[in-house]
Design a protein around this ligand. Structure first.
Ligand SMILES: [Zn+2]
Length: 398
């Protein structure tokens, strides 16, 4: 039963009933009465509102013992569509999803974020139109837009803040840009945060404290603390790529400091070192290709990169005590070598209590973690109980 929910409690509106149905906690009106303590008539009335807004639908259940089967209630995933863009430094993935985060259509392409917001978003808008058409939906069906960008973001306003690799984007309002094109909320977050959210929501819901580490050209992490994304005071939480490693002061980082983790273990750094050794490597994907082809130097470098990452993560484990660390990003595709190094050092250097139940695993969503996470970010906002109650009160579709 929902805590503090007395019969007729205003806190338990139609939106909360929808949440129970979506989460699989309730599938009949009787379940809803049991779970909320509301009167049958109140539940019936609120379910009618959800049915009228096509947020739930009814179906006939089955009973093995004979008698009249109960009327089952289910969430209508198709009540709207969400458009999402996971914009990386050099390549991007876009998708249209239903309201459960299932992909309806997607598109991935190399794209330089440095071309600036007008050009990049113009391109995103065109692709969104194509994705909607592929999914058989219209602009009016769009319930929200989610965008991930490779830099810190002021989450409440949807503006990137001092993003080091995104010239022209500092302070640019993505919600304002989309406002004239779609009548739907626009949410923007750091790309690693949405990846962490996507993994957490789809595979680790019961895990309250989790870290997602993206190892690509650079290195960053997203933190789920107490079941929610932890962004920090300025949206810069989890930026582990610029934590200093001892014994690497000979390496200069693009941030101007020396010995940063990403200058030692990031994909760009590895590709440069492999190229200096005569290998055909210009970016992270080349490093992964060489590892997969069994190149002993590439394998050793990625294993060492895992150890360097493990040094920083050992500190994170002692400080934050996550129960799961997930490794994703392009270099995460070479996860066997990378994880071997990470596990070796993390378990050596962290306190035994912090590592007792710690799991260190590869990302399960792979390169779709970002788009799925962006969709979840939007869905959780537009289907939040208070948002549903507001929509029903004002007579609008959710
Ligand atoms: Zn740095």
């Amino acid at each position: 039963m929902i805590k503090s929910a007395g019969a007729g409690s205003p806190a338990v509106g139609a939106g909360m009933l929808l949440r129970l149905i979506r989460d699989g906690e309730a599938s009949t009106r009787a379940d809803l009465v049991r779970q909320t303590g509301l009167a049958r008539s109140t539940v019936a009335q609120r379910v009618e509102a959800l049915l009228a807004h096509e947020l739930v639908y009814e179906s006939r259940g089955t009973v093995s013992t004979g008698g009249r089967p109960p009327t089952m209630l289910a969430f209508n995933n198709a009540a709207g569509v969400v458009l999402v863009a996971d914009l990386g430094a050099t390549h991007s993935r876009l998708a249209a999803t239903d309201l459960a985060g299932n992909l309806l259509a997607e598109h991935a392409q190399d794209l330089d974020i440095g071309e600036g917001p007008e050009r990049v978003l113009g391109w995103v808008h065109e692709r969104f139109g194509e994705l909607l058409a592929q999914a058989g939906r219209r602009a009016g069906d769009v319930r929200g837009i989610g965008v991930g960008v490779p830099g810190p973001v002021a989450f409440s306003s949807g503006r990137p803040v001092n993003p080091p690799i995104m010239p022209g984007w500092d302070g640019f309002s993505l919600p304002d840009w989309f406002a004239s094109r779609y009548d739907a909320p626009v949410l923007v977050d750091n790309d690693v945060n949405i990846m962490a959210l996507g993994e957490h929501w789809t595979h680790w819901r019961s895990c309250e404290h989790l870290m997602f580490v993206k190892v690509g050209t650079g290195i960053g992490s997203g933190i789920v603390a107490g079941g929610h994304i932890h962004r920090g005071a300025q949206g810069a939480a989890g930026d582990i790529g610029h934590i200093h490693l001892s014994d690497h002061d000979d390496v200069v980082c693009r941030c101007g400091n020396r010995g940063c983790l990403e200058a030692v273990a990031g994909g760009r750094a590895l590709a440069q070192r492999l190229a200096a050794e005569g290998r055909d490597a210009t970016d992270t994907r080349d490093v992964v290709r060489l590892v997969r082809a069994g190149d002993p130097l590439a394998i050793r470098m990625v294993r060492d990169a895992g150890r360097s990452l493990g040094e920083v993560l050992a500190g994170c484990v002692n400080f934050f005590n996550p129960s799961v660390i997930l490794i994703g990003g392009d270099l995460g595709e070479a996860h066997e070598q990378l994880l071997a190094g990470v596990r070796e050092i993390t378990f050596q250097r962290s306190l035994p209590l912090a590592t007792r139940d710690l799991r260190t695993e590869p990302s399960r969503l792979g390169d779709r973690a970002g788009v799925i996470g962006a969709a979840i970010m939007v869905i959780e906002r537009v289907l939040a109980p208070e948002a549903i109650d507001r929509a029903i009160q004002t007579g609008l579709a959710a």
